[in-house]
Design a protein around this ligand. Structure first.
Ligand SMILES: Cc1cc2nc3c(=O)[nH]c(=O)nc-3n(C[C@H](O)[C@H](O)[C@H](O)COP(=O)(O)O)c2cc1C
Length: 315
C-alpha cells in the first residue's frame, strides 16, 4: 500500500501550530515574496479587482494581499474569528486551496454544523445522501492524533485502508505520474526546501497530516459501501461543497487521504459503522497566513486540454 506523502518544515513541526518564533524565516519570506510557483503573476487564482472588493475573511494569500493579511493577522497569537463575509461561488472556487498550516483559533461547533448542512445540499444519486462524518476537536482530536502517530511510527496493526484509493508508487500512468512528481517538487523542494533524498524531513512533514496540520477541527468523511461507486462520487461532491462552504466563512481546509492509511485506528476511535467506508479526512480551520506552506499554489491545465466541444451534427 503506497502511503501518500504530503508534508511541513521540521522546525515548525516542533512548535505548537500557529506559534511563531521571533525572526522566524518563514515570516520574513512570507512577507517579502509572492507565492511559490506563481512568480507574482496573476493566474487562475487571481480574483478580479471587483471581486476582491468583496473581501474574504482570509483572502487568497498571494501577491498584493500578503502584506494586508500579515498586518491584520499577527501569527504570534490566536486570532478571534471575525464576522462572516459573503463570497461569490467564483471567489470560493478561486480561493480554495489545500491549507497545510492552521492557526489554533477555534471553530465554533455551530459553524461546523452549518457548513455540514450546506455541504449536505450536494447532489447525490437519487438523493441517497450516503455520506457520514465524524468531527473531532479538543481532547478527542488529540487522542486520535496520538493514536495515528503511534501507528505511523510502527504499529502495523493500525495500518490498512478501506479501499484502494490510489495506485502503488510505481503504478501511475502519464500524465498523472508527471503531474504528481511536479506537485511533490513544488511542495517539498520549492515550498519546504526539502531535498528529494531527505527522507527524515519528508516524513516529518508527512506526520503533520495526522495532527490535521494543526487545524482545530478534523473531519473523517465516510460513505456507504452499498452501492459503493455512486456513493464515492456523492462523497466527493459533499467534500468539495464542504471545502467551498468553508471559504464563505473565511475558513480553509485540506482534504486528507493520508489518514485512511490507518483505517483500524480510525475505527477504534470513532463509531464508524461497518457498512460505511472511510473516504478521507479533512482539516478545517483558519489558515496561518505567515506559514510558508501556505504559499504553495498549484497550477491547472487549460480548458482546451480536457474539454471537447461538439457543435456540428455528429456523423
Ligand atoms: C481526496 C483527496 C485527498 C488528499 N489527501 C491529501 C493528504 O493526505 N495530504 C495533503 O497534504 N494533501 C492532500 N490532498 C490535497 C491535494 O494534494 C491537492 O488538492 C492538490 O495538490 C491540488 O492543490 P489545491 O487543493 O491546493 O488546489 C488531497 C486531495 C484530495 C482531493
Amino acid at each position: 500500500m503506497a502511503p501518500a506523502r504530503y508534508e511541513p518544515d521540521r522546525t515548525a513541526a516542533r512548535r505548537p501550530p500557529g506559534h511563531r518564533a521571533p525572526g522566524d524565516k518563514d515570516d520574513e519570506r512570507a512577507g517579502r515574496d509572492g507565492p511559490a510557483g506563481s512568480q507574482g503573476r496573476h493566474d487562475e487564482h487571481t480574483v478580479s479587482p471587483t471581486r476582491r472588493r468583496r473581501r474574504l475573511r482570509h483572502p487568497p494569500v498571494h501577491g498584493p494581499c500578503m502584506e494586508t493579511i500579515m498586518n491584520r493577522t499577527p501569527a504570534t497569537a490566536p486570532t478571534p474569528a471575525p464576522a462572516a463575509t459573503p463570497v461569490t461561488v467564483e471567489d470560493a472556487l478561486r480561493s480554495r486551496r489545500s491549507v497545510r498550516a492552521f492557526l489554533p483559533t477555534p471553530v465554533p461547533r455551530s459553524t461546523v454544523e452549518r457548513l455540514l448542512a450546506l455541504a449536505a445540499r450536494s447532489a447525490s444519486n437519487s438523493n441517497c445522501q450516503p455520506w457520514q462524518v465524524h468531527v473531532v476537536s479538543g481532547a478527542a482530536k488529540r487522542s486520535l492524533t496520538a493514536a495515528l502517530l503511534r501507528s505511523h511510527a510502527g504499529d502495523d496493526a493500525g495500518r490498512g485502508r478501506d479501499y484502494a484509493y490510489q495506485p502503488e508508487r510505481d503504478g501511475w500512468h502519464e500524465p498523472f505520474r508527471s503531474r504528481r512528481r511536479r506537485f511533490g517538487e513544488s511542495l517539498y523542494r520549492d515550498t519546504l526546501g526539502i531535498r528529494a533524498d531527505d527522507t527524515d524531513a519528508r516524513l516529518d512533514h508527512h506526520r503533520r497530516n495526522y495532527d490535521f496540520f494543526g487545524a482545530p477541527v478534523g473531519i473523517v468523511l465516510t460513505t456507504s459501501r452499498h452501492p459503493l461507486q455512486s456513493a464515492l462520487v456523492d462523497a466527493g461532491l459533499f467534500l468539495q461543497a464542504l471545502m467551498l462552504a468553508a471559504r464563505g466563512d473565511g475558513l480553509d481546509t485540506c482534504p486528507q487521504a493520508s489518514v485512511i492509511d490507518f483505517s483500524p485506528v480510525l475505527r477504534r476511535h470513532l463509531p464508524i459503522p461497518d457498512d460505511q467506508l472511510i473516504v478521507c479526512g479533512v482539516a478545517l480551520g483558519y489558515a496561518d497566513p505567515a506559514h510558508r506552506l501556505n504559499r504553495l499554489r498549484t497550477p491547472r491545465e487549460p480548458v482546451v486540454s480536457f474539454a471537447t466541444f461538439h457543435e456540428d451534427e455528429a456523423g
